[in-house]
Structure formats: C-alpha cells, structure tokens
Design a protein around this ligand. Sequence first.
Ligand SMILES: *Cc1c(COP(=O)(O)O)cnc(C)c1O
Length: 382
Amino acid sequence: MSSELSKIWLSSPHMGGQEQEFVAKAFKENWIAPLGPNVNGFEADLEDYLGKNKHIAVLSSGTAAIHLALVQLGVSEGDEVICQSFTFCGSANPIMYQGATPIFVDSEASTWNICPKALETAILDRIAKGKTPKAIIPVHLYGMPYLVEEVAAVARKYDIPIIEDAAESLGSTFKSKSCGTFGDFAALSFNGNKIITTSGGGALVCKDKVSKEKTVYFSTQARDSAPHYQHSEIGFNYRMSNISAGIGRGQMLVLDEHVALRRGMHEFYKTLFEDIDGVEVLSEPSEDYFSNHWLSAILVHPDKTEGIDREQLRLHLDTYNIESRPLWKPMHLQPVFANMPYYGNKVAEELFANGLCLPSGSNLTYEDRERIKSAILEVFKK
Ligand SMILES: *Cc1c(COP(=O)(O)O)cnc(C)c1O
C-alpha cells in the first residue's frame, strides 16, 4: 500500500519560480565562474534582509562559514571553543578542522538551546583548568532563537566572542531583531533542506567591511595582491559560485512566504496535538520570540500517552510513506566526540530520547496534511 503513496518529506527544496531566470542570465552572459553579479546581488539581498550595518560573504556551505569565523578569531591547535551540544555536526566539526577542542554545553528546556547557567559553569571550569575558551557557538535550533540576552551577558562578562549558528533560523527574530545579527559572526546555511536553498551554500555575517573582505580573501585561497599568484597564508576554496547565488536571489523573493508557510505547518500541529495528552509541540516561550519554525518538532511523553513513544509514531508514519526524524543527537553522545568535555545535565539527552521532527516543508499540500493528520490520529487512537 505504502508504495502507492507519494513520499511526504520532512523538508524538501521549494522553488519560487524566478530562480531559473537568474541562472539563465548567468549562462547567457557566460558568468559561470565563481564571483559575478549574482554573488554580489545575493549578498546585497541578504544584507537588506538582515538589516543595516551587516556585511555578508556568501560561501560554499554553512560549515565553511563557521570555519572561517574560527580562522578569523585566531582559533588554532590546542585552543578550546564552547559549542551547544544539541545541534547538527556542522556546528562542531570546524572546531576540529582547526585542531582545537570542542567543549560541549547542555540545553535549557524553554528554547531547547544552550543553557546560560551551564555555559557559565563551563567557562569558569575551563578557566580554572588553565584556558579561556576562544569562542562560544550557540545555535537557534529548528528556527527557535536561543536565550539571546542571557547568552550575550555571559559572553560579555568573560569577554568571549560569539559565533551565532543561524543555519536554521533565517527569518526568525528576537525582540524584532533578526537571528544572524546577534553574534560577532553569524553563519547561515542554504543547504537543500533549509528554509531557502542554493542547492548547497552558506554565508558568513560579519560586523564590518574589513572582516567581510577578510572572509572573501580566505574563501578564495588567500591570494596576495600581485599580478601572479602569491600566498602568505593558507586559504580555502569556499566561495559560492555565481550559479548557486542566482538560485539564492530567486529564493530571497519567496523567503517571507516560506516563513509564513512553515509557521502554518507549526499551527497545524499545535491544533492537531491540542487534544492529545502527552505530546508537546516546540513553541515560542514568549512574545519576544518569533521562530521561522524551519522544522516542527514534538516531544512525546510515553507515561502520558498510554505507552506510545516517538519511535512508534515514527515507524507508523513511515508505513504511510511519511518521513519524520528523531531530534538531533547531542554532540557529546556522538562516538566521534566521546572524549570531549561536557557540561550540563540531561536536558539534551531527554530531548533526543523523546523528540521527533515532523514534515514541515513550505510545499506541503492540503492532501499531504490530511494524510499526516489521519496517520497521527490513528496511532493515538483518536
Ligand atoms: C545545516 C546546518 C549547519 C551547516 O550548514 P551546511 O550548509 O550544511 O554546511 C550548521 N549548523 C546547523 C545547526 C545546521 O542545521
């Protein structure tokens, strides 16, 4: 039966319509090489969107963006960098690229993001052990802003820069200010499953023009200004191409619409689970928060659902060809990071044990929703 039903994806690319025009223009002008008008245009569109005083360099991925932020903060061999444990590996891997050690910190229950108290405990203990962390990487996971003010206060107190991981939160705001504008640097991602996509890409949001220029320099193999190719530092091949940026320009035209549609999916789940005991939908803790609800996520408490757990729900949805996925597995539980220091309790671990992401794409149809709804009601016997 399931083979006859088309797949409902967690989050799939959703084109607005004008992407091909930007790409076609690049072909017509033979501007296929990296750099070119779409790269500059996409950067200008993003700078307009995030608000004044921001300088943005578009890159090959969000992971590359975090890496170049670490490079510019001088993170190197033997240094320590604090990272939210409850995240995707793209937040943490660049710390390893630099030969530094990630120090993982637990989440708090209201936003599911980095806990400011555990953060301060971690900083004090690392200082006592002899090293002040070189940076803090908090994440706006699933589009939900982290405790922006509390985290900034801790960072200021110990004078540690913030690299804001805004890969999942383009279009989210805290007190009407855009996510991606709170850190010393911020990383965006345009990977295929994100709220807008360039078929793979990212950006680094910088505080000033000089650090944007530095980012561009490092992303194009750190070339000195000379007629020949000369290099005084090690660079990277991380710049976004003019073709990808063309897709990005088209996607910027539909970003706000995508945010509204994803928020619509979140509303759909809020209503659906209102009458089902033991299921919580991740929602904004107060009016200060505005999430793009990139992914709608739930917690299933088996002690209140007559034993139904998130895995049962996931497998049941799968029989209807509906994709859902456990929440991110915390970094401190990953085999590759098993020996790295961790500060906190079991908040992230419990989120991972009981949480599930549900189909959230901006391109889901009325029929898709009806199918999701009846499959969910069936498992909870409603
Ligand atoms: C997607 C993502 C990244 C990395 O972005 P890529 O463009 O895939 O390299 C980093 N952090 C988080 C939280 C993400 O979801």
